[in-house]
Design a protein around this ligand. Structure first.
Ligand code: HEM
Length: 88
């Protein structure tokens, strides 16, 4: 993927950016990159929660990060909203 997806729980990530800026990027995605828009997948509260988490990523303890950063080889569970009605 180009540009590469940033590792937002490592280093500075977006901790220097206003939370409103990250909220906008998570909600609307970033055009011409692989960054998708999440506003139809997450509630407004969830969009703010994930944006606040990233804005404060440098304050998150290592033990919490270990829980959040799953092994990339572990398949993610399917999104409920991605299931069509016949799969439910
Ligand atoms: C809930 C999940 C996600 C969140 C909260 C999130 C959040 C973000 C944020 C805040 C940025 C901006 C970083 C910056 O300004 O420096 C970003 C960039 C990016 N994200 Fe995501 N992201 C998510 C999922 C994904 C997924 C699933 C992909 C691809 C499969 C992706 C690909 C990218 C890429 C390629 C960029 C860099 C765009 C650029 O360089 O301009 N993201 N993401």
């Amino acid at each position: 993927m180009y540009p590469k997806a940033p590792q937002l729980l490592q280093g500075k990530g977006v901790t220097d950016d206003p939370v409103t800026e990250s909220y906008w990027k998570v909600a609307n995605g970033i055009r011409l990159t692989g960054m998708p828009a999440f506003k139809t997948k997450l509630t407004d509260t969830q969009l703010w929660q994930v944006s606040q988490l990233l804005a404060h990523a440098n304050e998150v303890s290592d033990s919490v990060k270990r829980v959040l950063v799953t092994d990339i080889t572990t398949p993610a569970p399917p999104l409920r909203s991605a299931l069509s009605s016949k799969d439910k």
